[in-house]
Ligand binder design. Structure first.
Ligand code: ZN
Length: 351
């Protein structure tokens, strides 16, 4: 991977968030922090473990929230900058208000205000929940209720920390995603400072790294906000379905195969090539200010179906399940190092 084509060099940037998604499991492995530093990764995108409190009347933290706070402190001590994801709509206990009620939204806003204050010294970049265009993430809210949820949460973050930057992101760019982006980012009183985008072209959706160019242009045209790619990646595992298998619409976890592939399919070699090509697209767009690769490590089991031999959620990593770097790790490292060597970086992002 030594010879990277620096197609983006003519669009010189002052700074870029080179990020990775990881969680507590990844950070607990001692080698991870060192490897991330060696790759040049400066930004971590991670998620609050659900609702922070045990009971509404007694604002006592849950154990997982306390462990999470420790992880954030550890990352900050190690020099990382954080982009933090808030709770999902269903993670607010019903005792905080019936879903969709006035009390519910008020409490969502209050909890976000609390979180922004609580992490004020450590977190400046926020994202409200995740992929609200997908039913599995916005349930039990309807699409329009989820839009209201995003807005009240965004407002809560800004009340808690007025200098915080906040975004929302959708999964891919389907009709619901574009409708929700429009409702949140177009109009008079837009709360959000930047926009998040998620896409898995060649795994979950057809296409490849080049597919990003078109959707990013459209998203920028619609929102007029700087874009941070929240999730992108290419799985290094899994066979490809036949036309016949795909036409049945059976979910990849059941088939244990991908509906889509890029070029020669899902392999470690192709994953590494994919990373270089996608980063070239991101770095060539003046309005794309950062990208978080999904994800740091391969997983022993697929989180969706629980199976160890399912390729769906097991092969996204830059390192394997034992923590050994894959070709994808070196590909990302090379892109970052080329950027460092050729740009006059000015550290534009506050941490
Ligand atoms: Zn699976």
């Amino acid at each position: 991977m030594g010879n990277i084509q620096l197609k983006w060099l003519k669009y010189m940037k002052n700074d870029f968030m080179f990020g990775i998604y990881c969680d507590n499991t990844d950070i607990q492995r001692k080698s991870a922090i060192k490897q991330m530093h060696e790759a040049g990764i400066e930004w971590i995108r991670t998620q609050i473990p659900g609702f922070p409190f045990r009971k509404p009347e007694k604002l006592e933290f849950t154990d997982s929230f306390l462990a999470f706070t420790k992880m954030i402190k550890n990352l900050r001590t190690n020099g990382f900058k954080i982009l933090l994801i808030t709770f999902f709509p269903s993670q607010i206990p019903e005792s905080f208000g019936t879903y969709g009620s006035r009390k519910y939204y008020q409490n969502c806003e209050n909890v976000c205000r609390f979180l922004a204050q609580y992490f004020e010294r450590d977190v400046q970049y926020w994202k409200i929940a995740n992929e609200m265009n997908l039913e599995m993430f916005r349930k039990p809210l309807t699409i329009d209720e989820a839009i209201r949820f995003l807005k009240v949460c965004g407002r809560g973050i800004k009340k808690g920390n007025p200098s915080a930057k906040v975004c929302v992101n959708m999964a891919d760019f389907d009709e619901t995603a574009l409708y929700m982006y429009k409702k949140v980012y177009c109009g008079k009183k837009v709360i959000f400072d930047y926009v998040g985008a998620n896409g898995y072209f060649g795994s979950w959706h057809p296409g490849g790294p080049h597919s990003w160019a078109t959707v990013l242009e459209e998203l920028y045209k619609l929102t007029k906000k700087p874009i941070v790619i929240q999730e992108w990646g290419y799985s290094s595992k899994g066979d490809f379905t036949t036309e016949e298998e795909r036409s049945t619409g059976v979910y990849p976890c059941k088939l244990k195969k991908w509906w889509y592939k890029w070029k020669d399919g899902h392999s470690e070699k192709e994953q590494a090539k994919y990373i270089v090509e996608a980063m070239n697209v991101f770095l060539s767009k003046h309005y794309v200010i950062g990208a978080f690769y999904f994800m740091w490590s391969d997983r022993e089991r697929c989180w969706q179906c629980g199976s160890p031999d399912c390729p769906v959620e097991t092969g996204w990593g830059l390192v394997d399940t034992k923590g050994n770097p894959k070709p994808s790790y070196y590909a990302y490292q090379n892109v970052i190092q080329s950027f460092e060597q050729t740009s006059s970086r000015r550290n534009c992002f506050k941490d």
